[in-house]
Design a protein around this ligand. Structure first.
Ligand code: MLT
Length: 268
């Protein structure tokens, strides 16, 4: 797959921070965080391949999208092509949320010289189990037949803390709205890509840049225990735990997340 510069927002001035969204979102996931970071940094917010404005042409997906995989390596190479296209020569502060974290591990493997500091938000280092990978394949086929709805309905209850689901309808609405617009072809291709990703655990001890690990205390997808294990394995890491937050730190705790990122950027 040919690396392709992604559609992106590019705001602010200063050291470059690259914000990589999760699945099945788009760069708009970072809307509440960007203004705070852009006070002191150049913030680049791409839409990963298959999402937002980065849907390219139909033939990116081959025959109606069946069988096409957007691997984490392909996402990483697109991110590098995006920086190249924008003329960014310096190493960047790389922030990966969930699937964006999986892509960030690939980016580290393939473009390590471009990373000055790393933030891993609500993500996992391990690969999918065979059962989870099989579930993603089934879901990919379903989404191509039925549209985004099955993915939205199955993910929404797991993305948010129970308290958020019960008491913050505005947050529930905005997370749902982000997912509702995800193109089925992009969803299916990234589901396959996530299912095929490698275990990044062996990499953790080799990450030698200042690393922030952001944990949602009620995250049902990337559990606090698992994320603290990631932090423990990375030599120069610091952990920030977000209270009353599930998986969606960008929506459930955007101010705390932005503050943590600002502090990490100022010290990196
Ligand atoms: C995400 O938020 O990117 C997804 O929950 C990742 C996943 O499905 O593993």
């Amino acid at each position: 797959m040919q690396p392709t510069p992604l559609a992106c927002r590019d705001v602010g001035n200063g050291p470059v921070v690259l914000l990589v969204h999760g699945f099945p979102f788009h760069g708009g996931q970072w809307d509440a965080v960007v203004p705070m970071l852009a006070r002191h940094a150049r913030v680049i917010v791409p839409d990963l391949r298959g999402f937002g404005e980065s849907t390219f042409s139909e033939n990116t997906f081959g025959e109606r999208g069946e069988g096409v995989t957007h691997s984490m390596d392909a996402h990483a190479d697109d991110l590098a092509a995006t920086l190249e296209g924008l003329g960014v020569r310096e190493a960047v502060a790389l922030v990966g949320f969930s699937m964006g974290g999986y892509a960030s591990f690939s980016f580290w493997r393939r473009h390590r010289e471009r990373v000055r500091a790393l933030a891993l938000c609500n993500t996992r280092a391990i690969a999918d189990t065979p059962e989870v990978a099989a579930g993603r394949a089934t879901m990919a086929a379903r989404v191509l037949r039925e549209g985004a709805t099955p993915v939205v309905e199955s993910m929404l209850p797991r993305l948010l803390a129970p308290d958020t689901l019960a008491t913050r309808p505005d947050v529930v609405r905005s997370v749902r709205a982000l997912m509702d617009v995800a193109p089925p072809l992009g969803i299916a291709a990234s589901l396959r890509g996530m299912a095929a990703r490698v275990d990044s655990t062996p990499l953790l001890g080799h990450i030698d840049v200042p690393t922030l690990v952001v944990v949602g205390e009620h995250d049902a997808i990337s559990s606090p225990t698992e994320m603290r294990g990631i932090a423990a394995a990375i030599p120069r890491s610091r952990t920030v735990a977000l209270a009353r937050c599930g998986h969606m730190s960008t929506h459930e705790s955007p101010e705390q997340l932005a503050r943590a990122l600002e502090e990490w950027m100022s010290k990196s």
